[in-house]
Write a protein of this length. Sequence first.
Length: 372
Amino acid sequence: MKISIERAALLKAVSQAQSVVERRNTIPILANVLIEAEGDAVSFRATDLDIEVVDKTLAQVERAGATTVSAVMLHEIVRKLPDGALVSLTDDGASGRLAVEAGRSNFSLATLPKEDFPVMATSEYASNFSARAADLRRLFDKSKFAISTEETRYYLNGVYMHVADSDGGKVLRCVATDGHRLARIDSGLPDGAGDMPGVIVPRKTVGELRKLLDDDDMQIAVSVSETKIRFATPEITLTSKVIDGTFPDYTRVIPTGNTRKLEVDAADFAQAVDRVATVSSERSRAVKLSLDEDRLILSVNAPDSGAAEEELAVAYNDERLEIGFNAKYLLEIASQVDRENAVFMFNSSGDPTLMREGNDTSAIYVVMPMRV
């Protein structure tokens, strides 16, 4: 195999591959990226056996062929090469080495046989549709903060993507929760997605997928089966196993009878929470919200380190209420608000609180209160 490729194109392809590779693994081939050159294109394939990413890019292919080389090592070399460099990759097969050359720099990297590289089995996809990158980005970006990190509740270690009913008809919905907070984000249902099985997309896949979704107008081809999900652009294909488990009935924890309404500027609220939380003890980070007529007092009382208080002008005209929250959860939820105003709906100091952006119900968040 012998190819020449522009540094920028090579870096983009290899960086996607090396981020999928597990740093600590006992199977040496899984640390490698499979490079396959044919025609006028070269593809870079990496896997951790749960996720597989294939990145295709144009290159001058002098001699077709394939080999595997350390993904992290190749990425580090390419990253350190000068901008605009033309990189040539040469593998002669017999020596078990890949030569990487750019300008006056020469590297020789150990390779492993391409036959050893595991390729993820293709499955029959029950549903195939295409969605705008901007819509998918919103669905996953706004929900991923609530993914649980508890290994024991493995079925919460991802985002539940499914078709759901809403007031305006069927929607594509993403839900994530860790038992303390919940995010539920809706988007218009793409054509052909109506019969999609509900799947739990793992946390790592959500992180890798984010790199495919930067171009707002890009159409992403999505394929879903009971066990796998695939996202594809013309250059990159990301295939992942889904979490084998049942996502709990999240509708039961979304409060419907909360009547006390607080409207507040989301940015001001987030900054105020951040300021008063500075003195709170790291373990609980509890912030108390005291609500009265058009007035909100945020306070923290940490006996061992101090106290803080800040007042905000808000829209609130229900009876007095004092309620406590984990500061980190409040900040994460407030930072999801794209519009100016965040609307909180309370019931009592012991009940879950609902938050949405203005009157928009396509993104709602639930957070459990804390004793303060």
